[in-house]
Design a binder for this molecule. Structure first.
Ligand SMILES: NC(=O)C1=CN([C@@H]2O[C@H](COP(=O)(O)OP(=O)(O)OC[C@H]3O[C@@H](n4cnc5c(N)ncnc54)[C@H](O)[C@@H]3O)[C@@H](O)[C@H]2O)C=CC1
Ligand SMILES: O=C(CO)COP(=O)(O)O
Length: 304
């Protein structure tokens, strides 16, 4: 039975998700700031409203939608991977706070949009406290090239996709400096430890970080030149400035803003995040990539 899916944000990820829903014969309408259709027209009668706008647009889109008549049955899906710099909220927290009576679903996984547009196989996770809503979204997007799993741990699924962007910047630096496979394995493993440490402190489930939305997305993003966050790190390592990189990058590298928010929170809450801290100092221009590496290697020795 075809469903009506409204996709907000016509960037790389919104467009790829629209393709997946259309392939399953659903009725898809898209909204973007530049598009010809109004937000009201696009969301009218939608079974699913899926947001793939970048973090900086989430607040403005939710508040525009709040004033529109949206059916109480509509499920909101968020596919944004970031943290709000003003409130430090995750995107799903903003959606749920704006629409407390609606089911909110997080969609997150190892999903480089260019590969999905090339029709390569991929898997993802849809998480919600309302399992019927997660299952509805699972059916709408599942196909022989996109395998969708459900999960109850909204926060864990959302944080996996968000926190790995910081590690992807570090991974790009590691590859740009040609530090080798041992260094990369150490970085990703210790990076995952850091993601788990803060995520579990905030209430996410440990095991979620070892699934597709955590380790899975960490591996995809940290090993692919298609990742914009990886590109930021790589280009810093080969001598470009952050301003130069951001002026030329195609799309959004959320990890730059996420690092800022994370460092602030980890300091306030006294959670050690040494890799994130060095990524932050590098993005601020306080250390060179080589100095950041040395800082990490020369930390006090300790048990694993
Ligand atoms: N591209 C990818 O492979 C994946 C991206 N994501 C996440 O999806 C989100 C979007 O990523 P992309 O589509 O790649 O970025 P993009 O830069 O291609 O598109 C961002 C979209 O957000 C919209 N937007 C930005 N500010 C807005 C505002 N104030 N009001 C309304 N719309 C606004 C833009 O117009 C654009 O349509 C990010 O959070 C990213 O981390 C998640 C999985 C895969
Ligand atoms: O989240 C992604 C893949 O799962 C996309 O990563 P980038 O935003 O770094 O391109």
């Amino acid at each position: 039975m075809p469903k009506s899916v409204a996709i907000l944000g016509a960037g790389a990820w919104g467009t790829a998700l629209a393709t997946l829903a259309k392939t399953n014969s659903h009725k898809v309408s898209m909204w973007s700031r530049q598009g010809s259709q109004t937000l009201a027209e696009v969301v009218q009668g939608a079974d699913i409203v899926l947001s793939a706008v970048s973090m900086k647009g989430v607040r403005s889109v939710t508040s525009q939608l709040q004033s529109l008549p949206v059916s109480p049955e509509t499920i909101f899906v968020t596919a944004t991977k970031g943290l709000d710099p003003q409130t430090t909220c995750t995107p799903s927290q903003i959606w749920q706070e704006t629409f407390p009576n609606h089911a909110v679903v997080v969609l997150s996984g190892p999903n480089l949009s260019k590969e999905i547009q090339q029709e390569l196989p991929a898997a993802t996770v849809v998480a919600s406290s309302v399992m019927a809503a997660a299952e509805f979204v699972q059916v709408v997007f599942s196909s022989d090239r996109f395998r969708v799993y459900t999960n109850y741990d909204i926060l864990g699924v959302e944080l996996g996709g968000t926190l790995k962007n910081v590690m992807a910047i570090a991974a790009g630096v590691c590859d740009g400096l040609h530090l080798g496979t041992n260094a990369k394995a150490a970085l990703l493993t210790r990076g995952l430890t850091e993601m788990v440490r803060i995520g579990v402190h905030w209430g996410a489930k440990l095991e979620t970080f070892y699934g597709l939305s955590g380790l899975g997305d960490l591996l995809a993003t940290c090993n692919s030149p298609l990742s914009r966050n990886y590109q930021v790190g790589y280009q810093l390592a080969v001598g470009q400035t952050l301003a130069e990189i951001l002026a030329h990058i195609e799309g959004t590298a959320e990890g730059v803003n996420t690092t800022q928010v994370l460092v602030q929170l980890s300091k306030q809450q006294n959670i050690p995040m040494p890799i994130t801290e060095q990524v932050h100092r590098l993005l601020q221009g306080e250390v060179t990539p080589r100095q950041a590496l040395l800082e990490l290697m020369l930390r006090d020795i300790k048990p694993e």
